[in-house]
Design a protein around this ligand. Structure first.
Ligand SMILES: Cc1cc2nc3c(=O)[nH]c(=O)nc-3n(C[C@H](O)[C@H](O)[C@H](O)COP(=O)(O)O)c2cc1C
Length: 429
């Protein structure tokens, strides 16, 4: 693997040299990108490197994938209102700010992505390293292929732990205790996953995590894997650790819980608003509600004890026809007011997308698939390249907008399409 610097990216790239990934090997086909210059480049490389079932697990969404498309369409519908001839000098704007009290040097955080070890053996260890190097926060999924401790040990920056109630309340308590002991800064409680999403691409292939390597799955994947020998060789060296490392050993140490058992508990007792209080007391730090899409639910989350909100439709992977992320952000911001930090994810593919959300009032934006595409494309270097795409894009957009810094962004920089703030959200104002 070779990582090259790229002067044009560095010009607005902030403090870190741009690590632009170039696939190794003597010749790169004209059909594939040489560099990760856009998130779409990373996606193309991921598609090229992963077996079909793995790519579809990463790339797909629920049912007709309407919500996933709606996330992108909403971003397309928003326009900027630039202020021309307003900036002086050539220095790029600093991109640092705090998120729930933690300083970051890039307002793009990594969302939890389950089973990332399926995409690249580096998995969440690569994710936490790349996030730390970029000066941002990594969020570890409960359903990681690496343990809470392994990821904490690899971290050079702040990390949050995303909690599912695998193993019911008893399992959740153990996960919270481990996250606290390992030094995670916040617990992210995902509230939109009462059941696994109906992802038709995965249903069609009959393969979704946790994948066990047995005759059945080997038979199903054989053809796809045959054309991805490098992925297969790496997975074999990693001893096919596709399972859920943090749930397999829940319960009594001498009677560990299997992923299948934990999944049953998860569906029978998912997180509810009443759980926020005990999680906060037990963890002793901030608890963040992820998966909020309406102003009413945002108020409920804050009343239940959430310190911050992540507006998210899970990248369209759960309830299809759920609202698009950006209009939901506008509604939530109107409902909770300026004292609660609100983050958002779902469909943010460019620096200009991030700037649009920050101008609306989001404290930061989170990305799921984009960092996982980078991971699948080239491990930690691929994620670093993707984060550079955002860093460069945000700096350039601010300059083109005539906005000197993140803190100078405000709603006057964007024109909202009609009907974006639902009446229910405005009732309390
Ligand atoms: C492959 C994959 C696995 C995911 N696993 C989780 C998870 O374990 N927990 C969670 O809260 N969200 C999970 N998500 C949702 C992401 O955290 C995030 O909300 C979503 O990907 C944002 O949309 P984007 O991919 O368009 O950026 C997952 C998303 C993907 C693509």
């Amino acid at each position: 693997m070779q990582v090259t610097g790229e002067p044009t990216a560095q010009a607005f790239g902030g403090t870190r040299a741009a690590a632009t990934f170039r696939p190794s090997g003597p010749r790169v086909s004209w059909r594939y990108p040489m560099y990760i210059r856009t998130v779409e480049d990373a996606r193309t490389l991921a598609r090229r490197r992963l077996p079909r079932a793995v790519f579809d697990y990463l790339d797909g969404a629920a049912e007709g994938e309407r919500t996933m498309r709606a996330n992108l369409a909403a971003l397309d519908a928003l326009e900027f209102r630039p202020r021309m001839a307003a900036t002086r000098g050539s220095d790029p704007a600093p991109l640092g700010r705090t998120v729930i009290g933690t300083p970051v040097s890039l307002p793009v955080l990594l969302s939890p992505v389950g089973s990332s070890r399926f995409m690249h053996t580096g998995g969440d260890v690569a994710g936490v390293r790349a996030a730390g190097a970029a000066g941002t926060i990594f969020t570890l999924s409960t359903v990681s292929g690496h343990t809470i401790g392994e990821v904490a040990a690899a971290a050079s920056g702040p990390a949050w732990f995303q909690l599912y109630f695998f193993g019911g309340r008893r399992g959740a308590e153990q996960l919270v205790d481990r996250a606290r002991a390992a030094g995670y800064r916040a617990i992210v409680v995902t509230v939109d996953t009462q059941s696994p999403g109906p992802r038709e691409r995965e249903l069609a292939l009959g393969l979704s995590p946790p994948i066990e390597v047995n005759l059945h799955t080997v038979r199903k994947m054989a053809r796809q894997v045959a054309v991805r020998p490098r992925w297969l060789a790496a997975a074999a060296r990693d001893r096919f650790r596709f399972g859920f490392a943090n749930v397999a050993n829940l319960g009594d140490p001498d009677a560990p819980m299997s992923a299948a058992e934990a999944l049953i508990f998860w569906q029978s007792a998912p997180a509810s608003w009443e759980d926020f209080a005990w999680i906060r007391d037990r963890f002793g730090g901030p608890v963040i509600a992820k998966g909020i899409l309406t102003g009413d639910d945002a108020k409920r989350a804050v009343d239940a004890g959430a310190s911050a909100i992540i507006v998210s439709n899970h990248g369209g992977r759960q309830l299809d026809r759920a609202p698009a992320a950006l209009p939901a952000l506008a509604e939530v911001l109107a409902a909770v007011g300026p004292d609660v930090e609100v983050l958002v994810d779902g469909g943010f593919r460019r620096g200009s997308d991030v700037v649009a959300a920050l101008a609306l009032g989001a404290r930061a934006v989170m990305i799921g698939r984009p960092w996982a595409y980078g991971l699948a494309a080239a491990g930690e270097a691929g994620i670093a390249s993707v984060l550079d795409v955002y860093r460069t894009g945000i700096a350039r957009t601010l300059r083109l907008l005539g906005c000197p810094s993140l803190d100078d962004l405000d709603r006057d920089f964007v024109r909202l399409p009609a009907g974006w703030q639902a009446p229910s959200a405005l009732r309390g104002r």
